[in-house]
Design a protein around this ligand. Structure first.
Ligand SMILES: *Cc1c(COP(=O)(O)O)cnc(C)c1O
Length: 442
């Protein structure tokens, strides 16, 4: 399958995820790439995964994708105590998902613009994907976007960021259920191939390979900037494993990356798996980090594929076991030289926000704080980059409570409450969601 088809299809027809046939080796190019800006580096890296868009066009799409970022460095690095924080939240919706979804919007518009096709994008969101996907797709004449989110389980501002968008091609669906329910609905609907075909369904979630490609760039950028002779480690607040999986690919490409610290909240299915080799679903716990209130991480399957030496049969069996019983186990314990993993509870998250603020004046959002708390648990010799995945103003209740002062603001969010908002309540039911797409989709 070519890159364009991979982008349009999202999930593979058999319900699996797409991976590249080969991972490019960039070791020989690293020296020449030192000192490149984020966008210049993106223009080198993204084309390595795209064989069917003319290079000149692709470079333009990449440049256009980052014009709406408000920081000149796009993903600035800043020193906070002993660690370097990489801020990924300077895009239009103030979360790291903009880095990939601004590019994905450009790519969708480009591919569809060369045909007369229309697409209906279906997304499931625990909060931030929804607004970032909408910001990437709003106003596109050949796209309608449907965003399912768990009703009452995303923050007030996150909901307003989605529902105050007035463009006619944006449809928000408040689902009576959890984020895992939304993700399941999506999987089921994508599994109905006749429906998928008839309504040209596309995916904006990180199951879409293009998102992973875009995210590889900031790992590369930071590792080149800080690495020099010594590889760099990253600490990544993790939910669906999309972000950290891009770091894993960047490492495999040959960028100077040592370890990836996987930081989860109390939904610790992944942290437990790395310790024990047992992958077991539990009940979702609701925390101050809603973007990570996930039990089943959709992108994890991609990592398992590589871990199982690219054996698709072994992987299918593992995933089938898990789908059936909510539990699956590896034949051998999962040891990985690539990953460290730990889970951070709500108390630790809030006290980390407070401590970081008191010692350095830095205001971290709760997701970022999960990473900062996790990073403290490991004594590493190499430089460490903690990824800051959201602006603190997206989660003012938790941040202000932790700090004990009103410190979390952003002008883009201050006037949201006065705007008109629009959403449709739906039950967590496949037919109900399909009906909405049948009636509003084109
Ligand atoms: C989506 C999100 C995460 C989790 O990222 P994954 O790719 O799902 O692991 C972490 N923090 C914030 C703020 C997010 O929006």
């Amino acid at each position: 399958m070519g890159f364009q088809d991979a982008v349009l299809t999202g999930l593979a027809p058999d319900g699996g995820l797409l991976v590249p046939e080969t991972i490019p080796d960039v070791t020989a190019k690293l020296t020449g790439w030192e000192g490149l800006s984020f966008v210049a580096l993106a223009r080198e890296i993204v084309p390595l995964f795209v064989e069917d868009i003319a290079l000149k066009d692709l470079e333009q799409l990449i440049t256009d994708a980052y014009v709406n970022f408000t920081h000149p460095e796009i993903v600035p690095l800043t020193q906070v105590g002993d660690v370097t924080v990489m801020e990924l939240f300077h895009g239009p919706t103030l979360a790291f998902k903009d880095v990939a979804l601004q590019l994905l919007g450009q790519i969708f518009a480009y591919i569809l613009g060369r045909t007369n096709k229309h697409m209906n994008i279906l997304a499931a969101t625990s909060g931030d994907t929804g607004s970032a996907a909408i910001a990437g797709m709003r106003g596109l004449s050949q796209v309608d976007i449907f965003v399912m989110y768990p009703r009452g389980r995303v923050s007030r501002l996150q909901e307003l960021q989605m529902t105050t968008e007035v463009d006619g091609n944006v449809h928000c669906l408040a689902v009576e259920g959890s984020f895992d329910d939304c993700q399941n609905l999506m999987k089921t609907i994508f599994g109905d191939l006749a429906f998928k075909e008839k309504y040209s369904l596309g995916a904006a979630n990180s199951v879409n390979w293009a998102r992973v490609v875009a995210q590889i760039v900031y790992y590369s950028y930071a590792s080149l900037k800080l690495g020099g002779d010594q590889p760099v480690s990253f600490c990544v607040p993790t939910g669906n494993f999309g972000n950290v999986f891009a770091g894993f690919i960047a490492k495999r490409m040959g960028f100077p990356i040592k370890q990836l610290i996987l930081a989860t909240n109390e939904n610790d299915i992944l942290a437990k798996f790395f310790d024990s080799g047992v992958y077991e679903r539990g009940e979702v716990r609701y925390t101050v980090t809603p973007a990570m209130d996930i039990q089943v991480a959709s992108n994890f399957e991609r990592f398992l594929y590589y871990h199982m030496n690219c054996d698709p049969v072994a992987l299918s069996e593992f995933m089938a076991d898990f789908a059936l019983s909510g539990r699956a186990e590896l034949a051998a314990p999962l040891r990985s030289e690539d990953f460290l993993a730990t889970a951070v509870d709500v108390d630790d998250t809030l006290s980390t926000i407070r401590k970081v603020y008191e010692t350095s004046g830095y205001v971290a959002d709760p997701h970022t704080a999960v990473g900062l708390a996790a990073a403290e648990r490991f004594a590493l010799d190499e430089p460490l980059v903690c990824l800051a995945t959201a602006h603190p103003a997206k989660f003012p209740e938790a941040v202000n409570k932790a700090v004990g002062a009103d410190v979390a603001h952003h002008p883009a969010l201050d006037d949201l409450c006065d705007r008109e908002s629009r959403t449709t309540n739906v039950p967590a039911d496949v037919e109900a969601i399909k009906d909405v797409i049948r009636s509003l989709g084109r």
